[in-house]
Write a protein of this length. Sequence first.
Length: 250
Amino acid sequence: MHKFFLLLLLISGAVMTAEAARVKHQVRSKEEKKVEAAGATLHLFKQMSAVRLCHDGGGWSQGDQGLCMGQGYPEIQHKTMTDAPAVAREVAERLNEALDGATLPASESDIDGRVIVISNLPAHVLRTTTKKACLEALAIVKEIIIMTPQESRDGRAQLEDVWGMATLGKKDWSKRQQFCYTDVELPTSGSTEEEENSAKIAMATKIMGESLTDHFEFNFEDGITTAPVIYGGYAADGSIVGVLGMRVWT
């Protein structure tokens, strides 16, 4: 009998050890996934998921393929502005107050501007990773599958390099009257509502020109139909602060 109980104890100990090892492996796997997923972090005044932002931001897509990490990816929740670094948050708050929901041009459409902060950037390569930071923060997929009707029937598909189609242009907002227009494109005086909208954008542009450095416009090549646009720059703490818009090219 004594040997029987001893055997039971040994078996129980082995099971507990195996279970502990399994749990430890799961925890380590989750931690490793978090590290792998770590990257540029997007902060918004209204917290939402990456999929919701893509939808509310105009439905970023190429054909029927969405550009955001949605189905088949872990759910990504963007951070709130209260979690943003203090220096960048202060600039974003002033920018948000000035912009006040102004409507931005979006080529064949228009969209309400949304002030954002992108944090968690590698300081040692700060100015060379702007495009990558925007892509990561917006949770843009690296590739999408493109198929013509014939390719679909034949079971053939093409991979489109979405990240490879992202563009980054250097800007100087201090020399612009409105960040979303060149001076040649500036809208002519219209209704009171249009003039108020222009005044908001002009005030926001002034703040961006004075409070940010290394100004840029993040966009995509014509091959992407509906895409996000970021008009931004760097705050003194190394975070990106900007205005998120979109554009439609058909």
